[in-house]
Design a protein around this ligand. Structure first.
Ligand code: N2P
Length: 382
């Protein structure tokens, strides 16, 4: 009995200590009795990621292991994510902007600074890569790299040959940025990404301009070309093209590397003889990095840290890559990534191709607004 009493006293002391800790966190409450009891550790996590951008069982395995219930929502445009982030609390604990957008959002004070000591898998990330990313996220202070890829051309090999002949310039932006070529492809269906920030730069570059020009007159040249192409573009959308390419409903997409390679895999699985290819045009193309970050208003920060650390595990990241066909900055994952993924130059470009890839500029707000205005006009004709 005496023993039990002692045990109970110790437990009471623990509970009291816990309450005191709870009070300490509630700075500003003078009356300890008024302080709320510490909330039970939350068992939820709200993730907002790009569509078609996670392994088949990545979320389910995390839930099983941790007992945390993940609400997983998807988006397919940086512009849309940014509008949500800038307009206040999104309700998300993890979001995945591309690096150049993230950079602007860091300056706007949208993200929490990450406490690296809370990660056990941080050492798996490639230091050279991290140094590159630090150009836009100083000291890698606010983000963890997720996946990276390129913006290029996906096409239906047979249909493009039918429309443009054996000499179809499938290795060049000319395929989609020359109106006479696009006019011939219109019949089998053409999709462009619905994002000015990744379409205007390659058009400018194709026209011999700086893809990252902020000069209004230069940007206008790109927009004029897009206006000439517009009648031949079936639609602007940033995820629909995966299925449409795979099913043969469109024959060309200006889209993202892994998404097009997913379309290629889906077409193969369907065994209807549809062959999809992805090319990084010889003139060069944008490369981008998608970054995991925790918004300031996040309510389940501990779980967000657990999730980030989980994603940095080599086997988890390799599982994601093998499913969505993108490259990562996780060097420890490489031995577990399928050879077919590592050897695909559309996913891991050759050194020669890499030399022609360029990163996109962090757009000043006025250029961003100009892009959006042009884009609306282009899409609606108004
Ligand atoms: C995934 C889209 C890739 C992200 N569907 C482009 N930044």
């Amino acid at each position: 009995m005496k023993h039990r009493l002692t045990a109970m006293t110790a437990m009471t002391a623990l509970i009291l200590a816990g309450l005191a800790a709870g009070c300490a966190r509630d700075a500003g409450t003078d009356d300890p009795a008024a302080a709320p009891a510490p909330a039970p550790a939350s068992k939820v996590l709200n993730v907002y990621n790009w569509s078609d951008y996670i392994g088949e069982d990545t979320i389910a395995n995390f839930e099983k292991e941790t007992g945390i219930k993940v609400t997983y929502d998807v988006f397919d445009s940086n512009e849309l994510l940014e509008a949500k982030l800038m307009s206040g609390n999104t309700g998300y604990d993890i979001v995945v902007p591309s690096l150049t957008f993230l950079s602007r959002q860091i300056q706007a004070g949208v993200f929490q600074e990450l406490d690296r000591t809370r990660f056990s898998n941080y050492g798996n990330l490639d230091p050279e890569f991290m140094a590159l990313l630090a150009r836009n996220d100083p000291d890698n202070g606010h983000s963890i790299p997720y996946l990276w890829g390129t913006t290029g051309i996906g096409y239906n090999v047979e249909k493009v040959r039918e429309a443009l002949g054996e000499d179809a310039p499938v290795d060049s932006w000319a395929l989609v940025f020359e109106p006479e070529n696009l006019a011939k492809l219109k019949g089998c269906g053409v999709a462009f990404l619905d994002t000015p920030s990744e379409i205007i730069p390659p058009v400018l570059q194709y026209l011999g301009e700086d893809p990252n020009s902020f000069d209004e007159a230069v940007i206008q040249k790109g927009v004029d070309r897009l206006t000439a192409l517009r009648p031949h573009i079936t639609y602007f959308h940033s995820s629909q093209f995966i299925n449409d390419l795979a099913n043969g409903d469109i024959c060309v997409a200006v889209g993202w590397s892994g998404d097009i390679i997913q379309a290629q895999a889906r077409a193969e699985e369907a065994e209807k003889g549809t062959e999809i290819a992805y090319r990084i045009p010889k003139e060069g193309a944008p490369m981008w990095f998608d970054m995991l970050a925790i918004p300031k208003g996040a309510r389940n920060v501990d779980n967000a840290y657990l999730f980030l650390d989980y994603l940095m595990r080599p086997e988890v990241m390799a599982g994601v890559q093998n499913y969505v066909m993108y490259a990562s900055a996780n060097q420890a994952a490489l031995p577990m990534v399928d050879q077919a993924v590592l050897d695909d130059p559309g996913i891991y470009p050759t050194e020669e191709t890499k030399a022609k890839l360029y990163t996109l500029a962090v757009l000043p707000p006025e250029v961003d607004r100009l892009f959006t205005r042009h884009w609306t006009t282009l899409k609606t004709g108004q």
